[in-house]
Ligand binder design. Structure first.
Ligand code: IYR
Length: 230
């Protein structure tokens, strides 16, 4: 944790080295791609429960993400309590009704058509876990004095990416949900005003008839997303 006693630079030997051959590296890069391209954003959940221990390990992984000045400007709230999930669903659906009834604007609604989303969010109750990620705009030393955080959107974005990869690696499916606006989550989850809710990640197992939008599987080809200068 960022603390006053850790403010001075102290180099230590790099603790972990991969030490892989070029061939092993090629195989590992391919295997990871083959694994990650099988990650799907899923809205239909079964009632199979997920142990808290798995969620804790996935959040541990998220917490290893790099961050501005290593301040780790994030907090995760993991919810399995059905009453809590119901309240979150109700509040999120209220925001989403305004969004889908026109608040989003025509262009945004058109962009969402192929994804098939609407203001109906049963997955917020059906998924066994919801993980809410908060970004911390500033932190506090033990004596209550404040310090600023840096690159907060980038840092929390990377941590969310790690979380989604960890959940997939654990054999789970997830859905990133961003009700708009999300401020209600501060009050509902008793988080301070210094924190901004970034997203809700629904987590669980897919239902037997789970569907995904066909367009979600179209990924831009490498030559479209990568330029090489060598
Ligand atoms: N927050 C809304 C709308 C939404 C927006 C985007 I951009 C998406 O990729 C998907 C949904 C919702 O969750 O329905």
């Amino acid at each position: 944790m960022f603390a006053r006693e850790h403010i001075k630079y102290e180099p230590v030997d790099l603790p972990d080295r991969a030490n892989m051959s070029d061939e092993e590296m090629r195989a590992a890069a391919k295997a990871f791609y083959e694994n990650m391209r099988r990650r799907h954003t899923v809205r239909d959940y079964s009632d199979r429960p997920v142990s808290r221990e798995i969620i804790e390990d996935c959040v541990r992984t998220a917490g290893t993400a790099p961050s501005g000045a290593n301040h780790q400007p994030w907090h995760f709230v993991a919810i399995s309590d059905p009453a809590f999930k119901k309240r979150i669903r109700e509040a999120a659906e209220e925001e989403e009704r305004r969004f889908y009834e026109g608040g989003a604007g025509d262009e945004w609604l058109k962009a969402l058509e192929p994804i098939g989303t609407n203001d109906h969010k049963p997955h917020l109750e059906e998924a066994p876990w919801l993980i809410v990620i908060f970004a911390q705009r500033w932190g506090q030393f033990e004596d209550g004095t404040k310090y600023k955080n840096y690159y907060v959107p980038e840092s929390t974005g990377i941590a969310c990416g790690f979380l989604l990869a960890a959940l997939h690696q654990a054999g789970l499916v997830s859905l990133t949900h961003t009700p708009n606006p999300m401020k209600f989550l501060n009050q509902m989850l008793s988080r301070p005003d210094s924190e901004k809710p970034i997203m809700i990640v629904a987590v669980g197992h897919p239902s037997e008839n789970a569907k995904v939008p066909a367009v979600a599987k179209l990924k831009r080809p490498l030559n479209d997303i990568l330029t090489i200068a060598e």
